[in-house]
Design a protein around this ligand. Sequence first.
Ligand code: GLA
Length: 384
Amino acid sequence: MNAPTVQSAFLQRFSIEPDITVRAPGRINIIGEHTDYNAGFVLPAAIDKAIWMAAGRRSDGRFAFYALDLNEFFISENADTVFQQQFKWANYLLGVVSEARKDGLQIGGLNVAFGGDVPLGAGLSSSAALESGAMFIFNELYGLGLSRMDIVRLAQRGENNFVGMKCGIMDMFASVISREKSVVRLDCRSLEYAYFPFDTENYSLVLIDSGVKHTLVDSEYNTRRAECEEGVAVLKQFDPHISSLRDVSMDLLLQHESQLRPVVFRRCKFVVAEIARVEQACAALEQNDFATLGRLMLDGHEGLDVDYEVCVPETNFLVEQARRFSGVAGARQMGGGFGGCTINLVETSVMDAYLDFVRTAYEEAFGIVARVYPVHLTGGTTRV
Ligand code: GLA
């Protein structure tokens, strides 16, 4: 997929040239999982897998969206944005319209043709790319004067309030604000961010797609959020300054273990440790210390598995192979959990051998041929 393909699809479908074409990338996350909705840190980056969107204004106020990859076409009856039952994907675009209007932003009608190569259900945030890409387009075509961070927030609100998934800010942020050859640390409390160059010949990142995606992801995700909130509510009684797990130290948490339900204690323990790991990872990156970075990823995976309980046998197996293979600095399950991809930090010189090894082992164990995606870090959402 590329810009010319969506542009010609647009021309064919709407019989007019698009006003704008946008590239909205998917994302990875080096470390900092389930920390965004706990006001902690994350360390994501946009990648060279993206959604391409060609778009143009419509004078009748309606919304017409053409999904090339699915060959599905949606058009609203009028300017009112109602939840779409038939084409669920249309809700990603309608959600930002709905939220923008709550803020009094003057959004008019839109034609869009889009398609991409972000694998679906692999945890690379294709939906966040589409949401923020749509908001980016409205901002450009209707002169809304939004900052990039405004676009991120509106896209997240669309997902939270319209689509109904209570995700944090990481995915939209990474899709919109990333910079080429860098990862970006976001403080999800202050929304301050800093880029860390990730530009090395010696180590490469690769995603290994377990090919499994359990359907309970959304409900389990919301349960984890609730458990974290329960932890905060209890711990607050001992220190009124605590408003999120970001404010909780490991010492304080351990002191109050007996006051928390065991499952809530374990969830909090993971999050508090994971927030600290992001800071350690950034320090390691500054030193080009990939061995330490890899170890932190492995520790993070263990926490996701044992304390946060969002791993599955397939991703555990993949990470286990990474541990065993000399030259792999680290690996972990990436994203919300229950399948999707593992992210692997690998010495470039052993990459081919490692991928052969892990794919063979995985196929033998689970009968699944794992797809692999080499990762190149790109800039965020742009006009092309
Ligand atoms: C999903 C959510 C993100 C984040 C991750 C876990 O991708 O959309 O906001 O919470 O899970 O780190």
